[in-house]
Design a protein. Structure first.
Length: 165
């Protein structure tokens, strides 16, 4: 079983992110929701990995990056992993519905199971579950808050259209 050995804190325009990783594999990336901001874990970790992750996240929020090349360590069921891999295929600045994802993994009747898998995604931004919406266009839930989901989609939509703001 994979156990993260290092935690790293990254500030973002939408709040503090906490990354858990081992070597060069990212296991979790969460928007921190606690009352007291976390601090970096003093345990040895890959400095190169931390710098690369932070650089890519800053580039994403500045609009100069539309995809990530961070290796992830997925811990979940085979079904969840399949859904998360499909979520990572959703292009920057676009959205897909839960039912679209279910169809893309050849399980058209499994939209609710897909929604549960998306909701359990442990890796914010890198696995961009904020791009998954209801088929009627409603945003739906987001484990890190519906305001963040809306802001992430607005950020990507504006940048895709060439608006730097």
């Amino acid at each position: 079983m994979f156990e993260p050995v290092c935690a790293y804190i990254i500030d973002s325009p939408l709040g503090v992110l906490r990354a858990e990783f081992c070597g060069d594999l990212l296991a979790r990336l969460d928007f921190y929701a606690g009352n007291h901001p976390p601090t970096n874990d003093p345990a040895d970790g890959s400095e190169e990995f931390k710098k690369n992750l932070e650089k890519q996240i800053k580039e994403y929020f500045s609009g100069s990056r539309t995809s990530f090349d961070i290796l992830v360590q997925e811990t979940g069921s085979d079904f969840q992993k399949k859904v998360w891999q499909e979520v990572r295929r959703i292009p920057y600045g676009t959205t897909a519905s839960y039912s679209d994802l279910a169809k893309s993994i050849c399980q058209a009747q499994s939209a609710r199971a897909v929604a549960r898998a998306v909701a359990s995604n442990p890796i914010a931004l890198i696995t961009p579950c904020h791009r998954v919406i209801h088929k009627d266009g409603a945003l739906g839930g987001f484990r890190w808050g519906s305001d963040r989901k809306r802001l992430l989609n607005e950020l990507e939509s504006r940048r895709k259209l060439g608006d730097p703001a």
